[in-house]
Design a protein around this ligand. Structure first.
Ligand code: ADP
Ligand code: ADP
Length: 237
C-alpha cells in the first residue's frame, strides 16, 4: 500500500538525510523505524506526506506517486495519511472535542475549525474515538488542562477521525514517562490492528519497538541497515 523507491533527501546544507531508500509497506502492517538520532527517521516520515520535499525518488500510496502531485492533489491524498506528533500539536485553547474534530479538515487547515459547524455524525464519531481511548469524560476540557499522555490520546483520535489508510507517527512517546509510553504504543498498535491500518512509527526506544511491532527498520546514515523481526535486533548495532 506504501512503496518508497530510491527516495533521496539532500538538505540545502548538504546533509544527505536519505540515500536512496527503498521500502515496501503492505496493507495493515505496523512497522517501527529506529536508529540513532540524525539517521534520517524524521526526514523519512516527513518525505512521505511531503512536509519535507524529497530531492528525488518516488513515494507510492497505492498507485499514486505522491512526489508528482500538484499541491491541491497532494492535499487530497494527505487525507489518507494521519499524522501523530511528538509534541502532540494540539490547539491549546480549543477543547478536546474540537481538537479531535479538527482532524476532519486535515492538519493543513485546522484553524478553520473555528468557523465550521460539524455534522452530528462527526461529533458522534469523535465521541466514539474518545471513548475508545478512555477520554470521553474529558471531551469539554481545554487541551491545555491535559497531561502528556492524555494529549497524545487526543492526537491519536484526531488522526483517526480522518479515517486514514496510513498513520505516520513521529516519536509519539519522546515526551512521555516510560509507563505512559508503553500505554500509548500499545494503544496505537491496537487501534491499527482493529482498523486494519498500516503505520510507520518513528521511535527512538528499541525496547518499546520490540514490545509492540512485528517489523523493525533500522536506519543509519540515511540508509536501511536492518529490516526484519524485532527479535533479530542485536543490542549493539
Ligand atoms: P543515540 O546515539 O541517538 O542515543 P543509539 O545509537 O544509542 O542512538 O541507538 C539506540 C538503540 O538503537 C541502540 O540500542 C542501538 O543498538 C539501536 N540501533 C541504532 N541504530 C540501529 C540500526 N541501524 N539497526 C538496528 N539497531 C539500531
Ligand atoms: P532522525 O529523525 O533520525 O534523528 P533527521 O531526519 O532529523 O534524523 O535528520 C537526518 C539528517 O538530516 C541529520 O544529519 C540532520 O542534521 C539533517 N537535517 C534534518 N533536518 C534538517 C533541515 N531542516 N535542514 C538541514 N539538515 C537537516
Amino acid at each position: 500500500m506504501l512503496r518508497l523507491e530510491k527516495l533521496v533527501k539532500t538538505y540545502k546544507t548538504g546533509d544527505q538525510a536519505l540515500k536512496a531508500v527503498d521500502l515496501n509497506v503492505p496493507e495493515g502492517q505496523v512497522l517501527a523505524l529506529i536508529g540513532p538520532s540524525g539517521a534520517g527517521k524524521s526526514t523519512l516520515i516527513r518525505c512521505i506526506n511531503r512536509l519535507v520535499e524529497p530531492t528525488s525518488g518516488s513515494v507510492f500510496l497505492g498507485d499514486v506517486d505522491l512526489t508528482r502531485l500538484s499541491m491541491s492533489a497532494l492535499r487530497r491524498q494527505r487525507r489518507r495519511m494521519g499524522m501523530i506528533f511528538q509534541e502532540y500539536a494540539l490547539v491549546e485553547r480549543l477543547t478536546v472535542m474540537e481538537n479531535v474534530l479538527s482532524g476532519r479538515l486535515g492538519y493543513v487547515g485546522f484553524w478553520r475549525s473555528f468557523l465550521r459547524k460539524y455534522p452530528q455524525s462527526d461529533v458522534d464519531e469523535a465521541f466514539r474515538l474518545l471513548d475508545r481511548v478512555g477520554l470521553a469524560h474529558m471531551a469539554d476540557k481545554r487541551a491545555d488542562e491535559l497531561s502528556g499522555g492524555q494529549r497524545q490520546r487526543v492526537g491519536i483520535c484526531r488522526a483517526l477521525i480522518q479515517d486514514p489508510a496510513l498513520l505516520l507517527v513521529d516519536e509519539p512517546t519522546a515526551s512521555l514517562d516510560p509507563k505512559t509510553s508503553r500505554q500509548i504504543m500499545r494503544l496505537i498498535c491496537e487501534l491499527c490492528k482493529e482498523r486494519g491500518l498500516a503505520a510507520i512509527i518513528n521511535i527512538h526506544d528499541v525496547a518499546l519497538a520490540q514490545m509492540f511491532v512485528q517489523r523493525v527498520i533500522g536506519l543509519r546514515f540515511g540508509a536501511v541497515e536492518f529490516d526484519g523481526l524485532p527479535e533479530g535486533l542485536t543490542p549493539e548495532v
